[in-house]
Design a protein around this ligand. Structure first.
Ligand SMILES: Cc1cc2nc3c(=O)[nH]c(=O)nc-3n(C[C@H](O)[C@H](O)[C@H](O)COP(=O)(O)OP(=O)(O)OC[C@H]3O[C@@H](n4cnc5c(N)ncnc54)[C@H](O)[C@@H]3O)c2cc1C
Length: 385
């Protein structure tokens, strides 16, 4: 079937990204992996390459594209090469939509040029030690000062991608208590400068996979956040999260499908080379059937991911559709990558083989951005159940 989601410009961009990955990422990826994060300098390189500015309007130094398809190309190319761009996906795919949609003109002028160059890296902090799926239960507070000049931020966040390197973090905090009718009321978004007094980065967390992305704990003790750094309207943060989560979930769906497609390629190459009992592993009917089944699942996931990507670009991707795409693609990737690892035998368990890293990296796709169970709740609610 002809794939129609990408046009000439995207394919030209793909060539640039592929060459960049070969030159700048593949040769040093093992070092990043061992260090547990991509170096800060790498993000300046991504800024120079223009990756961060693709969807930023031209007046703030970007390319003014509205399409998420360029990010999707990056997901495919990183998966194909068995690498990642560290924690920078959050900067551009998660944080930018909030800044574009809710920042005032003054804030955009202040923040976006350095966003584009990578001088200021962003992260987003929703999850807390005591609450993840149930975000309305968050306890971090931001109390407006009596003179109305600043908020006093107190609380803790965990699992924050990019949390070590971030220069500014979009922190979700309670600016008012929930009401009896609406638990979601009273949450606001503050764009916090990580150099502020009382702001602390805790442990860089040791993860099963995604070794090159810095995931950290954060804590806030009487952090003074100027009112000028409130994003959007006070108390409306929860509805902003609801509006932006579909793009985050589509990004995860697309990344998962791309990883599944890469796993099939890695497995095919491996089984064609590996000889067992005097034959290539590829010659066993079981291998052919396993890989054929995986390819069929990848084809289906690609169709879902592509369709959701088109819908996102058209401004039509509903929360339930995004949840459905995430659920489907991440569950497919889970099954496919496991089977492809199995075909590698013991070598599949060794981190020097890309399939092992893919296996570990992919596991979180069914957890972050909302778990598979939460996706099912959203889909079921949309079905009227
Ligand atoms: C590597 C990594 C990076 C992350 N990056 C970020 C980030 O940058 N920013 C950020 O804010 N967060 C981030 N997260 C947090 C992530 O979004 C949460 O881990 C996720 O939403 C789940 O929340 P939780 O871990 O508190 O699990 P819990 O909410 O405690 O869930 C535990 C289990 O209960 C299930 N469950 C929950 N509610 C229900 C229900 N109603 N019915 C049935 N089952 C239910 C869940 O599906 C899960 O299986 C990251 C997490 C990881 C692992």
């Amino acid at each position: 079937m002809r794939r129609t989601v990408f046009q000439e410009d995207h394919e030209a961009f793909r060539e640039t990204i592929r060459a960049f990955i070969e030159a700048e990422v593949v040769p040093v990826y093992d070092e990043w992996y061992a260090a547990g994060q991509a170096p800060r300098d790498f993000y300046y390189k991504l800024g120079e390459l223009g990756i961060f500015g693709i969807e930023v309007p031209e007046e703030y130094g970007g390319a003014g594209e509205e399409s998420f398809k360029y990010q999707a190309v990056i997901y495919e190319e990183c998966a194909r090469a068995g690498v990642s761009f560290g924690g920078s996906g959050v900067h551009v795919a998660l944080c930018l939509p909030y800044l574009k949609a809710y920042a005032t003109e003054e804030q955009k002028k202040r923040w976006l040029p350095d966003f584009v160059s990578g001088q200021t890296m962003y992260a987003i902090a929703m999850t807390e030690p005591g609450t993840g799926s149930d975000l309305a239960g968050m306890k971090t507070t931001a109390k407006l000062s009596e003179d109305g000049s600043h908020y006093l931020l107190n609380g803790a966040k965990t699992f924050i991608t990019g949390g070590v390197h971030a220069d500014r973090v979009i922190v979700c905090a309670r600016t008012a208590a929930p009401t009896a009718e609406d638990r979601r009321h009273g949450i606001s978004l503050l764009v916090v400068d990580t150099k502020s007094e009382g702001y602390a980065v805790g442990r860089k967390l040791d993860k099963l996979g995604l070794k090159t992305s810095d995931t950290a704990e954060l804590s806030f003790t009487d952090v003074k956040v100027p009112v000028e750094d409130l994003l959007g309207e006070e108390h409306k943060g929860f509805s902003y999260l609801g509006q932006n989560l579909p793009q985050e979930r589509l990004g995860i769906a697309f990344g998962a499908y791309s990883q599944a497609a890469a796993a099939v390629r890695f497995a095919q190459q491996y089984v064609e080379d590996r000889t067992v009992f005097g034959k290539t592993v590829a010659s066993f009917q079981n291998t052919k059937f396993e890989l054929a089944g995986c390819q069929a699942e990848v084809d289906a996931a690609q169709a879902v991911a592509d369709r959701a990507l088109e819908a996102l670009d058209a401004g039509e991707l509903s929360p339930a559709e995004a949840a459905s795409a995430k659920l489907f693609c991440t569950e497919v990737a889970h099954r496919v990558i496991d089977k492809c690892l199995q075909l590698h035998g013991g070598y599949g368990y060794m981190n020097e083989y890309p399939i092992a890293r893919l296996y570990a990296d992919n596991r979180v796709n069914r957890i972050y951005g909302g778990t598979s169970e939460v996706m099912k709740m959203i889909i079921a609610k949309n079905m009227g159940l």
